[in-house]
Design a protein around this ligand. Sequence first.
Ligand SMILES: [Cu+2]
Length: 259
Amino acid sequence: MPAVVTRYNQADIHDPKVKNTFINGINAFNSLSNSGGEIGGSYSTLVAIHRHPHNFHTADGPIGIQRFLTWHRVYLSVLEYWVSSIPNYQDFYIPYWDWTIDRDIPNWLKNFKPHVNIPNTESIPPEPSSVDPVDVSRTPPPAGQDGEFSLPTENKINDCLRKPTYTEFTMTLESLHANVHAWVGGTMRDLLTSPADPLFWLHHANIDRIYTSWRKQHVDNYDTIPNLSGPDLNMDPWAGTEPEYRHWDWVAYDKLISV
Ligand SMILES: [Cu+2]
């Protein structure tokens, strides 16, 4: 894992170099071939891991509920690890999109919709014949108008941060997070493709920031830690267990939320 990374609010980034590092870093990672042999070592194979059975959403059942936040926490760090390993991109990090304030797709990312050849298989490297080509698409409602889904409000997030137990907190947050996927629409709405959209990472960085904020306000006891044991603690396909990622110190946020 890399040394300490600070993730900033995308709206506060005014240095074009930082934005270019994000966009060009993902493009460089996306241009690596699928056949590096390292799991998740190219953008398309990393995206593909989100379609493999690693039990990390409520839809996967009770264990998925408990693994959602930690699993995605590792997933984000793995992207930062790989992209920052590419020459010239050592400063790469994932900014976060605070959709409670910025109620539209960030302008600088509106045209960043890469083409990703997602391997449609669990074997790494994948067979060339089993690639699911995706051109990132989005279908948000017109600016200023309500669509079928709405972005979570600050009030909703504050209510979520007041949930006293881990299970209540994570279930509420995952459900609010799903609204953002549905609001963006297109590639983001389908869990088989969602991480292909670069917005996925900014959205999940905000979710992780909310988790970090909640964590700060809750000491570890039976009710405030994920209810996991045995192999469910392993954040497969990567090494490391939930307790190791709970109080991570290699990622920081410029601002946390206190309620
Ligand atoms: Cu998500």
